[in-house]
Design a binder for this molecule. Structure first.
Ligand code: KIV
Ligand code: ZN
Length: 510
């Protein structure tokens, strides 16, 4: 086969369109930290923000522009001198300028004619070029713009000196077929490199971006985790994995993305933006490489190719076998073996019956539940005691910062730590992480608190998920009356399981 390799550029707009997600606002320092991650990930362009909008935005973009990143750093500007000057003012060399071209936007938002919009687009591009900028031009709402007019606008801005053209599917209205058509129009009218900028209102953002690329676009605008206005933008991780892995006949698409860093970047952006990643999200969701049903776990344990179209390691992840009502004996054996526990056949059957019973009652079985069932069925107490809590105290109040003290004993050695936090639980868990940090890297990945009964004396249930630097995870789940102490105990349980997993992996040379 005569393979044709096509390089696709990744224009990341997490820090601009992504930050336009309702409820998301990033401090300048966090924008800079995300920009560094994006650069390490290998994106070609970073749209750092919209300089005109605020002082903090300008501070953030300025710091990113002077960071010396390998990626090009862009700022967004409406097609006017003020916005372009704001981009120049923060030290940018690359500007993404736009004006709406659809009749809906012209009539109801801008209240100008098509010809006036065309003039503004030409003026803006000429001005930005006269100021020495590299210019990418977007016709906002391109996919709802009259097709002949869109082609005319693109041809005119190319004539005015634009370096690149972007096709925004602003409200996710396009079909894969139509975006391919207008991509070909834009190439024909301009001869310039074309980008596609697809929103996800109909869940088609990635499909539309791929179709634009197949039709000749050389760049996709994307965001980490697909965050963005309304239903978001095309997600970077999905687009990159799709174009690099799927079958496009004789064409092979490549990007500069280091896919092994995808999960890490996803987690980082989720943490700083406060936007949780949905569990069933492709590539980076909690369930993307998790298997529960007996048929699937058996298949994956025999050969991951049976039910994993993407190798989890290639995106910085691992296969996870989850116990539940669909589980089979293979999965239970494999999960317990991960903790060095080897039940016999009858014991596995008894454990499996209990797991299925919980599932039939609508319950969710974590690895902690599985381990405590195994402990009971196998009549042993010997699991999970590498780390012991020898002492704990904490305080909170008004006018004082909550703090906590912990004393841990890890394999016979004592570790003491104090920490401050946003509240007593935060302080306690930070102190535990500091103490354990002297022996192992443990990151608190998730924390959930539920009240079991009403009233101020109600029981609570705390679930924590911890993770080591290899992406191994363990859960801790405890019930109790005191939220802080219950949280400490849940954390202790999770740390123990994580350390046991780590110890077993090291023994196996993994
Ligand atoms: O979706 C959109 O139209 C945009 C423009 C600013 C390009 O984000
Ligand atoms: Zn957009």
């Amino acid at each position: 086969m005569n393979e044709k390799v096509r390089q696709v550029r990744i224009f990341d707009t997490t820090l601009r369109d992504g930050e336009q997600t309702p409820g998301v606002a990033l401090k300048p320092v966090h924008k800079l930290q995300i920009a560094r991650r994006l650069d390490a990930l290998g994106v070609d362009s970073i749209e750092a923000g919209f300089p005109i909008i605020s002082d903090g935005e300008r501070e953030a973009i300025r710091s990113i522009a002077k960071e010396g990143l390998r990626a090009e750093v862009f700022g967004l500007a409406r097609a006017n001198k003020g916005d372009i000057d704001a981009a120049i003012g923060v030290g940018l060399k690359y500007v993404h300028t736009f004006i709406a071209t659809s009749d809906i936007h012209l009539n109801y938002k801008l209240k100008i004619t098509r010809e006036q919009a065309l003039d503004k687009a030409i003026d803006a591009v000429q001005y930005a070029k006269s100021m020495g900028l590299i210019v990418e031009f977007s016709a906002e709402d391109a996919t709802r713009t009259d097709r002949a007019f869109l082609k005319k606008v693109y041809g005119a801005v190319a004539g005015a000196g634009a370096d690149r053209i972007d096709i925004p599917d602003t409200v996710g209205y396009s079909t894969p077929f139509y975006i391919a058509e207008i991509t070909r129009d834009a190439i024909e009218a301009t001869g310039l490199p074309i980008s596609v900028h697809c929103h996800n209102d109909f869940g088609l953002a990635v499909a539309n971006a791929i179709s634009g690329i197949q039709a000749g676009a050389s760049c996709a605008h994307v965001t980490i985790n697909g965050i963005g206005e309304r239903a978001g933008n095309a997600s970077l991780e999905e687009l990159v994995m799709a174009i690099q892995s799927l079958n496009f006949g004789e064409t092979k698409y490549v990007t500069n993305i280091n896919t092994r860093l995808l999960y890490d970047a996803s987690q980082f952006v989720s943490k700083l933006t406060g936007m949780k990643v949905q569990a069933n999200k492709a590539v980076v969701g909690d369930n993307a490489f998790a298997h529960e049903s007996g048929i699937h776990t058996h298949g994956v344990l025999s050969n991951p190719l049976t039910y994993e179209a993407i190798s989890p390691e290639s995106v910085g992840r691992k296969t996870v076998i989850v116990p539940g009502k669909h589980s089979g004996a293979h999965g239970i054996y494999a999960e317990l073996a991960g903790y060095g526990i080897s039940p016999n056949k009858e014991q596995v059957k008894a454990i499996l019956d209990e797991v299925k019973g919980i599932g039939d009652r609508g319950g969710h079985v974590t690895d902690v539940d599985l381990l405590s069932i195994a402990q009971r069925v196998m009549r042993t107490q010997e699991f999970a005691t590498l780390v012991r809590l020898e002492g704990f105290s904490g305080a909170t109040g008004i006018g004082t910062m909550p703090y906590a003290f912990v004393k841990l004993e890890i394999e016979g050695k004592e570790y003491k730590e104090t920490a401050y936090g946003n509240g007593p639980v935060d302080a306690a868990l930070k102190a535990m992480q500091k103490a354990i940090g002297k022996r192992a890297h443990v990151n608190l990945k998730d924390y959930k608190l539920e009240a079991i009964s009403g009233g101020s004396d109600s029981q609570c249930e705390v679930t924590v998920v911890v993770e080591d630097k290899f992406g191994n995870e363990a859960h801790g789940k405890m019930k109790g009356e005191d939220i802080t102490i219950t949280s400490v105990n849940a954390m202790l349980q999770a740390i123990n399981w994580l350390m046991i997993k780590d110890m077993i992996n090291r023994r196996r040379g993994g």
